[in-house]
Design a protein around this ligand. Structure first.
Ligand code: PEP
Ligand code: MG
Length: 541
């Protein structure tokens, strides 16, 4: 039995088998080889194995996401067989007498750089694909088992850390809990765990070589501990506690259909945060009054190429239609910082959280922005859609957004495409925006306070840096005063203000937020009914 502590991200308890996701060292070593023919044979086998995997992925994608999205796996099958690419690898093995892994990695880098430097936009985007197929080939050469996260049996995922694009691939029905060595309580894995209502621990100092897939574990989000290989007594006790928790959750269900109203009659909207169209199930299940934050960048993260206007339109339309007239606030893409997408070809930055991200990308690359805006405006015809812009710091940014929005409206009108003018608001997640919120309030329809980033920038604490968790105090007076100031400024201009960062779900602050006059709290679906219970038990008088 091995018991380890970690930081709990969601208070739940579960037991089940683990799956260890261990990333091999990405650095491929150069080795001198004696027998190039044997190395070429190894390469052939790995190419065949890769083609087989890509074919399977293609067949699966066709069934699940349609031909347009599956095509990329067909392109990859062709690229892996490309004569120039194959010859470059083979020549390197023969002439330099190096191992196949190294030859593939170097050739992959060279081809990828060559594509990236091309003028043609389509060819430029192939850079990420070459990198992808080369990584697959290296994995197969090293004999690394590919763990298909979409076809596991119900398991606890144990990993070093998980990127947002890894988590989006997972079949969420089959994940019992997350345990990660790295990652902060504010990371996107943490946000996802809260969305999915499953226990998760981050910062668990587990040696991934000492635990094996298939072994049983208990994840206890209340105590913040994980136990690998628990004994029978402990398993029995855990199952009894799981039953108790289930009963409590059942009790919460009785709050469905009830108002979010304090004992003395103050009402507040409680909405849900989502990242995917597939998350709407959690929204409906938990009886949210609307969607307060749809993190649209997840539509970009799941893929190898930009989502088209039509693909985005279909996604937004489905969300607003399913919400049937309830408010749906879709945030324009917030790529950059911790959410990196290869095909955006963003340069490496010293301080990505303070770098080229979110609205800055949209204003600098208006083509990407306009495609998304057109899709959003078209979807306004199918429900109650609002648009929200992230990472605002200045009034000039709103002016630039307005100009681009006007162009989009003119284009739609010229093409005879109908739309309704949506409510448009901004996120207040930089201290700059909070400080000038009086002026910003005159220019937009609403504010939604992003406390995750607002805390990061105000306290100068990287939200991804787990070493700083002890200094990360979201209850800091500076944050609470800013929230009050933003809400007051919104109200003075006759606008509404909500909170969509994690702090909105902090039950210790619910009363404070109600007293401040916050109009809306948008939280993980799993927190909706808990928050409703807290509100209904609060009295402000
Ligand atoms: C925030 O910063 O509080 C927020 C809601 O946005 P994200 O967590 O996606 O950065
Ligand atoms: Mg943010």
């Amino acid at each position: 039995m091995l018991k380890l502590k970690g930081k709990s991200v969601y208070k739940g308890i579960t037991t089940g088998p683990i799956i260890v996701l261990q990333k091999k060292d990405q650095q491929v070593k150069r080795e001198k080889i004696e027998d190039p023919d044997a190395e070429l044979k190894k390469l052939d086998i790995a190419v065949e194995e890769s083609k087989k995997q890509l074919k399977e992925l293609y067949d699966k994608a066709i069934k699940e996401v349609g031909e347009a999205n599956a095509d990329i796996f067909e392109v990859h099958q062709m690229m892996i067989e490309d004569q120039d690419y194959q010859e470059a690898i083979q020549n390197m093995i023969k002439t330099e007498q190096v191992n196949a892994e190294y030859a593939v990695a170097v050739t992959g880098d060279n081809f990828s750089e060559m594509f990236a430097s091309m003028d043609d936009a389509y060819m430029k985007e192939r850079a990420a694909d070459v990198r992808d197929i080369s990584n697959r080939l290296v994995r197969n050469l090293e004999g690394e088992q590919e763990i298909r996260l979409d076809s596991i049996s119900p398991s606890i995922i144990v990993a070093d850390d998980l990127t947002p694009s890894e988590t989006v691939q997972m079949d969420k029905e089959r994940i019992l809990a997350f345990v990660t060595v790295h990652g902060s309580t504010n990371s996107h894995t943490a946000i996802l765990a809260r969305m999915m209502n499953i226990p998760a621990l981050v910062g668990v100092k587990v040696d991934l070589n000492k635990v094996q897939s298939g072994m049983e574990a208990i994840v206890d989000g209340f105590k913040g501990e994980v136990i690998f290989g628990p004994n029978e007594d402990l398993l029995k006790e855990t199952k009894a506690r799981m039953k108790e928790e289930d009963e409590k959750l059942k009790l919460l269900q009785t709050l469905k259909g009830k108002e979010n109203i304090t004992l003395d009659g103050k009402k507040i909207d409680v909405f849900a945060n989502i990242g995917n169209v597939g998350d709407i199930g959690y929204v409906l299940e938990n009886d949210a009054g609307g969607i307060g934050l749809f993190r649209s960048e997840f539509l970009y993260l799941e893929r190898n190429d930009f989502p088209t206007e039509e693909e985005q339109f279909q996604a937004y339309k489905q969300v607003v239609q399913t919400m049937a007239g309830k408010k749906v606030i879709i945030r324009t893409l917030d790529i950059g910082a911790d959410k990196q997408v290869d095909y955006f070809n963003l340069e490496k930055e010293e301080n990505p959280a303070m770098g080229y991200r979110a609205i800055r990308i949209c204003l600098r690359q208006p083509d990407i922005f306009k495609t998304q805006l057109r899709a959003l405006f078209r979807a306004t015809m199918f429900g109650n859609l609002s648009i929200m812009y992230p990472m605002i710091t200045a009034t000039e940014e709103i002016e630039r957004i307005n100009k681009i929005v006007k162009e989009v409206e003119a284009e739609l009108e010229a093409a005879g495409i109908p739309y309704k003018r949506p409510e448009q608001g901004i996120m207040i997640e930089t201290p700059a925006a909070a400080m000038i919120s009086d002026e910003l309030a005159q220019m937009v329809d609403f504010f939604s306070i992003g406390t995750n980033d607002l805390t990061q920038y105000t306290l100068a604490i990287d939200r991804q840096n787990e070493k700083l968790d002890e200094f990360y105090n979201p209850h800091h007076k500076a944050i609470l005063r800013m929230i009050k100031m933003v809400v007051d400024n919104a109200h003075q201009a006759g606008k509404w203000a909500g909170i969509c960062g994690e702090l909105g779900a902090d039950l210790e602050l619910t009363k404070t937020f109600l007293e401040m006059g916050v109009d809306e709290l948008s939280v993980a679906p799993s927190m909706i009914l808990k928050l409703r219970k807290e509100i209904r038990e609060t009295s402000l008088s």
